[in-house]
Design a protein around this ligand. Structure first.
Ligand SMILES: [Fe+2]
Ligand SMILES: [Fe+2]
Length: 141
């Protein structure tokens, strides 16, 4: 189970709060992967993908506005990383077109691995650098 804590907090409350949504999606994917009481996981997997899209629509907009307000020098590469998240959501949608009982757990575990790596790489490093830039600006004045 993932929870917001010091390890993941970047120190900007609005962003940290939105990141908690992603933790929820990771936890949902973990639960779904382990759930032996349901045969067809398609609907719940579709709900997680929808959640990822909603998360991205709202959260990435918040981050981009913040980066623009801070004249953040890595804005463009950060937006490219966000685009990569959307591409991944699309590619999981494609995987779901041919999903079967034999492949569903593999798709869920790939999705889980992707979200966990997003947490470790994007949130803990890329997003944190926005907060560091913000602190650095504040210390100048
Ligand atoms: Fe983020
Ligand atoms: Fe980001």
């Amino acid at each position: 189970m993932y929870k917001m804590n010091e390890e993941y907090s970047i120190g900007i409350p609005e962003i940290d709060e939105q990141h908690e949504k992603l933790f929820g999606l990771i936890n949902d994917a973990q639960t779904l992967l382990k759930d032996e009481n349901i045969l067809y996981k398609y609907d719940r997997l579709a709900a997680i993908l929808k959640g990822m899209k909603n998360y991205a629509d709202r959260h990435f907009r918040t981050e981009v506005s913040l980066m623009e307000a801070l004249a953040y020098p890595e804005l463009e590469s950060h937006i490219e990383a966000h685009d990569g998240f959307y591409e991944k959501v699309n590619s999981f949608h494609l995987d779901m077109e041919t999903i079967s009982l034999g492949t569903q757990d593999k798709i869920i575990s790939d999705l889980l691995a992707y979200l966990e790596s997003w947490l470790q790489v994007h949130i803990k490093d890329c997003d944190r650098r926005i907060a560091l830039h913000s602190k650095e600006l504040a210390s100048r004045y």
